[in-house]
Design a protein around this ligand. Structure first.
Ligand code: GLU
Length: 424
């Protein structure tokens, strides 16, 4: 089943529970607008490539379209459509007045120079500028895009329109109107949710050993914050591999190694040659990304790629809680297996919604000309995440469903309420 077919199947199921009309269901099945172009980009050697680029505006009933742009070789229309729909649901779950959109360019940024990536970013904006804007559609970072790229996009947009409009994009550099706290927002959002869950199930932090897959922005920040809060961090990984240490790792030290040597396994190894004595002395093990997912831990945080927990490995997951910081890390089959095992899965649309929530704060600051401190941002983020968790938890109990199904129901219900209010 493709990502969008999966969305449609879940929606059709939710339609029964929520008693949606035929028209409401049709509206939620269909993106408002699909933009699809080939953008021409000059390579450094003078040749020109035409890259498939997409922007899907799914639904704006609750507010302007909102959602990131990914630069990834596997980006395609089906995936972007599904992610755009899930953005609408995510914004509704945290109850911010934003709709859902997503964008993508199908290419591998790792094979492109910085100047080439800048030209891809500008070409994307040139292709879709008339559909973007602070009150229309507001992009943000996603897989392999970052603040610098948002800055290039903003500048290109302002050159085209002749308007100063920092609110047309979020996740941009602070000096261009970005918000303090945006870089740690996804990690903090997930942790506020985990803390609320921990209180609901009554487990002390020291009994929740954490394994995190992915040491990018969200994964690395989550590791450091959780460690500081007293959660034992037993496993960490990046795309090159991982480390496991039953007595706990210090993420700050791991971060230092990652910055200096570009791979966290370099804590114990130089390339493929590992210091066995040091590993033994410290009780550590080098593990693969696949091993991390089934390692001995209580909280598993996939914070890297999609489709990591599948029919193949879900049965071997030892964690009691899965906190989805990545978008779509669990396949539908993996999800069924985890549900049967009574693993609590906090779904992406709740667990990683701190990112888009602080994007919304950034947009508000751009509109009002205010500058909030990082403390102010976090103080506003926390109750939003806790309320969203409680609403989802309550719905799961009420309907006897998983947290993923409950979050989906809650999001769809809130979008439909807004549709009905508009039509009455
Ligand atoms: N790409 C992030 C997400 O999937 C952030 C989107 C945003 O800030 O608009 O939630």
């Amino acid at each position: 089943m493709s990502p969008f077919e999966n969305y449609l199947a879940r929606l059709t199921h939710a339609a029964g529970t929520l008693k949606l009309s035929k028209e409401e269901l049709e509206h939620l099945k269909t993106p408002d607008r699909i933009l699809e172009r080939h953008i021409e980009v000059k390579r450094d050697d003078g040749s020109v490539v035409a890259l498939p680029a997409y922007r899907v505006q799914f639904n704006n009933t609750r507010g302007p379209y909102k959602g990131g742009i990914r630069f990834h070789p596997a980006a395609d229309l089906d995936e972007v459509k599904a992610l755009a729909a899930l953005m609408a649901i995510k914004c509704a779950v945290v109850d911010i007045p934003m709709g859902g959109a997503k964008g993508g360019v199908a290419f591998n940024p790792k094979d492109y120079s910085k100047a080439e990536i800048e030209r891809v970013s500008q070409a994307f904006v040139r292709a879709f500028a008339e559909y973007l804007g602070a009150d229309k559609d507001i992009p943000a970072p996603d897989v392999y895009t970052n603040a610098e790229i948002m800055g290039w996009m903003l500048e290109e947009f302002q050159t085209i329109t002749g308007r100063t409009e920092p609110g047309m994009i979020t996740g941009k550099p602070i000096e261009l109107g970005g918000s303090l706290g945006r870089d740690t927002a996804t990690a903090w959002g997930a942790i506020y949710v985990l803390e609320a869950l921990r209180k609901a199930i009554g487990t002390p932090r020291r009994e929740l050993r954490v394994a995190i897959q992915g040491f990018g922005n969200a994964g690395a920040h989550a590791a450091e914050i959780l460690h500081a809060l007293g959660y034992p961090i037993v496993a960490l990984s990046d795309s090159k591999g991982g480390i496991y240490r039953a007595s706990g790792l210090n993420p700050e030290e791991v971060n230092r190694v990652k910055h200096e040597k570009d791979a966290i396994t370099e804590m114990y190894c130089q390339g493929t040659v590992c210091d066995l004595e040091k590993l033994e002395k410290e009780g550590a093990r080098i593990i693969t990304n696949a091993e991390l997912l089934t390692s001995d831990c209580d909280v598993l945080i996939p914070a890297a790629l999609d489709n990591q927990l599948t029919a193949k490995n879900a049965a071997d997951v030892k964690a009691k809680i899965v906190l989805e910081i990545a978008n779509g890390p669990t396949s539908p089959e993996g999800d069924r297996v985890l549900a049967e095992k009574k693993v609590i899965v906090i779904p992406d649309v709740l667990a990683n919604a701190g990112g888009v929530t602080v994007s919304y704060f950034e947009w508000l600051q751009n509109k009002s000309g205010e500058h909030w401190s990082e403390e102010e941002v976090m103080k506003k983020l926390q109750p939003i995440m806790v309320n969203a968790f409680e609403a989802v938890w309550h719905k799961a109990q009420e309907h006897h469903v998983t947290a993923r199904d409950a979050a989906f129901l809650l999001g769809v219900e809130r979008i439909v309420e807004a549709m009905r209010a508009k039509n009455s």
